[in-house]
Write a protein that binds this ligand. Structure first.
Ligand code: NAI
Ligand code: MG
Length: 328
């Protein structure tokens, strides 16, 4: 049976990197794409950044490929992550031969809690000059992340994981987060260590090879993954998967890059590698491996996009990846 994939380019370079990714996916497997809209442009036209039809398409599809949206992102991606109950955001960060990286030894995965923390959307304006935000942490979401992390380290041959937190300051919320994750790890016999997230930011910059799998609350995962992007060669390289029990949304870590949007020079690597994660989620492991290998050898040999010092445009990079795929 042909799986359906909801496709949301979003705004800006989403309209460049997503079509490039669809061409790559098309070259390796047969998928039915359902094209829907979300983001700033559709909000400007209709007043609604996330049309109901888009939510329905995402819920009905076997998986979703998402580009990036702009200022309406919080109104789009957060409800979509909820709609498919994606409780973890998987963000691998590694370097590639041929890509100039600050820290070439970096090879890690961030498993980010994806539903709560300070991104739970509980904000209030108490008066003109006073506002509050409620940080939501539940044992159930923290344990679910812990379970995922234990399965992930077992499946991928890792020794254990590091939990990033700040339970010396956010004693109640991060206290619950760390204790819940640690309980699950102990029950699975998985080794963990814990580290304050601010200290981790320094250590990540200085000694990224010390890290393998990082488990962290929502905002920390957002920030640490952008930091990791800086270590490996930029945001154009980092894919991500929002994984729920039955559905997934696959998206580059980067945003819609208004500074380069429309020029056709965005690096589609992050989106294409998100497509590879989508293929794996749909059990097309061989096709996913082929796409990864083709991206790697293209990055190594060129052509490369301007963010990596090259002069190729988005389409030329995608063409080079497609040329390196095995004949089907
Ligand atoms: P950004 O990721 O869009 O851009 C940051 C920098 O990285 C820019 O200089 C950009 O040109 C560069 N960059 C990003 N992706 C690239 C690629 N594929 N190839 C080459 N260069 C790339 O982050 P920024 O500037 O903070 O946000 C821009 C807009 O995107 C904002 O409206 C923000 O709300 C939105 N955003 C949306 C996200 C989402 O849809 N999930 C995630 C992050 C930001
Ligand atoms: Mg981010």
């Amino acid at each position: 049976m042909t799986e359906t994939v909801a496709v949301i380019p979003g705004d800006g370079i989403g309209h460049e990197v997503v079509p490039a990714t669809l061409r790559v996916l098309d070259a390796v497997v047969d998928l039915e794409f359902v094209h829907v809209e979300a983001g700033d442009a559709v909000a400007e036209r209709t007043g609604e950044p996330l049309p109901e039809e888009t939510v329905e398409a995402v819920v009905d599809a076997d998986a979703t490929l998402f580009g990036a949206t702009g200022e309406t992102s919080a109104d789009v991606i957060l409800p979509l992550r909820d709609a498919v109950d994606s409780f973890v955001n998987v963000r691998p960060a590694r370097t590639y031969p041929g890509v100039d990286a600050l820290r070439p030894e970096t090879d890690l995965v961030i498993l980010r809690e994806n539903t709560e923390g300070v991104y739970a959307g509980i904000e209030n304006r108490l008066s003109e000059g006073v506002s509050t935000l409620t940080r939501l942490v539940t044992r159930s979401a923290s344990r679910r992340l812990g379970e995922f992390a234990c399965d992930y380290v077992d499946a991928n041959g890792h020794d254990g994981f590091t939990v990033a937190h700040k339970n010396n300051v956010m004693r109640v919320t991060d206290g619950l987060f760390v204790d819940s994750v640690a309980d699950v790890a102990a029950a699975h016999g998985v080794d963990i260590d814990t580290q304050y997230m601010d200290a981790m930011a320094t250590e990540l910059g200085l000694n990224p090879a010390e890290y393998d799998v990082i488990v962290c609350p929502n905002l920390a995962g957002d920030m640490l993954s952008d930091l990791a992007a800086g270590l490996v060669g930029g945001l154009g390289l980092l894919p991500s998967a929002n994984v729920g029990s039955e559905r997934g949304i696959f998206e580059p870590v980067h945003g819609c890059a208004p500074d380069i949007a429309g020029e056709g020079v965005a690096n589609p690597t992050a989106a294409i590698l998100s497509g590879a994660m989508l293929l794996e989620f749909l059990d097309h492991d061989g096709a996913a491996a082929d796409v990864r290998a083709a991206v790697e050898s293209t990055l190594a040999a060129g052509p490369r996009t301007p963010d990596l010092g090259g002069s190729a445009n988005t389409e030329a990079f995608a063409d080079a990846v497609i040329e390196r795929l095995p004949e089907t």
